[in-house]
Design a protein around this ligand. Structure first.
Ligand code: Q9C
Ligand code: ZN
Length: 342
């Protein structure tokens, strides 16, 4: 399986994450990819290929223009305003406030274009996010050219990002970009399977009203887990998208057996839907020792999950999402790929 990875991810290295009322070293840190790269190498995968420049057309087609402009310019505006630290959102358009009027002030814009305050932006965040998208796009092109599957080692991750909001460590929704590329290239129906511990609110939101992209997510129940305000089982799609969204929220302490049952159900739904290509949002934070999650999957379970996903027989692009148990993130991620390879 070909793998794709950009060193440019290093340009996104915030020093701070607001967590539990303290600033901590971000869980989503550059060193995560070192563990994954090392494991890929140990297990005999070819050296990852650096992607070409990002294709902005598909990105502009999916996202709000004001949001993209914001991501590109926010750091300079923040600095020009005399802010001393990293960009952290502190105010949001909450219930019954104006959600269609981006403010002029940078502090106002930051909250307007974000969905949470844990994710800091620094000078190189935009370039890093574009490089992450470029890896996903390169993986998609490899699969479109005939490869059975490809792995994009995306950092920063993407599945919490909507068309107009960042947060949950995500800025550009790489999985959504890949799904849209398959559609643009002629696939009639595409499925996104999200096995990251957290609900893929961004991907769900982007495709919620569309019937051409099916979305399935296995995640910590929203009553108990980030992103808290989306991911319930009764969210089944809207309009043309009715029936093309399925959520499997699960309780704290969920072990592999019920998780695998949910996975099988999701795979059956994707098969019945008639998807011609599959995008996997590959987070491994369902792992038992993940510091910010509460499922109980063990490392071999990830290999089993990969085997099950492969049985769909679809051209598949894996996009890296979360996974914060740093010493196990490489093993768990590559286990999914090895299980898939069989
Ligand atoms: N104090 C992904 O896995 N909440 N994002 C952090 C830590 C946000 C996870 C809580 C978690 C975002 C891609
Ligand atoms: Zn996650």
């Amino acid at each position: 399986m070909q793998t794709f990875f950009s060193e440019e991810h290093r340009k996104h290295f915030p020093q701070a994450e607001l967590s539990g009322g303290q600033f901590v070293t971000p869980y989503e840190r550059p060193s995560r990819v070192e563990y994954i790269l090392r494991r890929l190498n140990e297990r005999g995968f070819d050296t990852p290929i650096a992607p070409q420049t990002p294709d902005m057309t598909v990105l502009r087609g999916l996202c709000d223009p004001g949001y993209l402009e914001f991501l590109e310019t926010c750091w300079d505006e923040w600095v020009a305003e005399g802010m001393a630290g990293e960009i952290i959102a502190g105010n949001f358009p909450a219930r019954r406030m104006q959600i269609s009027r981006p403010p002029r002030n940078i502090d106002g814009k930051v909250g307007y274009y974000s969905l949470a305050s844990e994710t800091a932006i620094t000078a190189g965040t935009w370039e890093a996010a574009l490089s992450s998208m470029a890896s996903a796009q390169a993986a998609q092109r490899a699969v479109a050219a005939g490869a059975r599957a490809a792995f994009a080692l995306c950092r920063p991750p993407g599945h919490h990002a909507t068309a107009d909001m960042y947060g949950g460590y995500c800025f550009i929704n790489n999985a959504a970009i890949v799904a849209q590329m398959f559609r643009d290239q002629g696939a009639g129906r595409v499925a996104v399977l999200d096995i990251d511990f957290h609900h893929g609110n961004g991907t769900q939101d982007i495709f919620y009203g569309r019937g051409d992209v099916f979305f399935a997510s296995l995640h910590g129940a929203p009553e108990d887990a980030f992103p808290y305000y989306l991911g319930y089982a009764d969210e089944t799609g809207a309009g043309d998208g009715e029936g093309a969204n399925v959520n499997y929220p699960m309780a704290p302490g969920t072990p592999y057996a019920p998780w695998a049952e949910a996975l099988e159900d999701a795979l059956a739904r994707i098969r019945a839907y008639g998807a011609e290509a599959l995008v996997v949002s590959l987070g491994v934070d369902a792992y038992k020792d993940d510091p910010i999650s509460f499922f109980k999957l063990d490392s071999p379970d990830f290999m089993d999950a990969g085997r099950r996903i492969a049985k769909l027989g679809l051209p598949t692009v894996f996009c890296m999402e979360g996974g914060y148990a740093i010493e196990a993130v490489g093993i768990n991620t590559v286990n999914v790929l090895e299980g898939f390879n069989g």
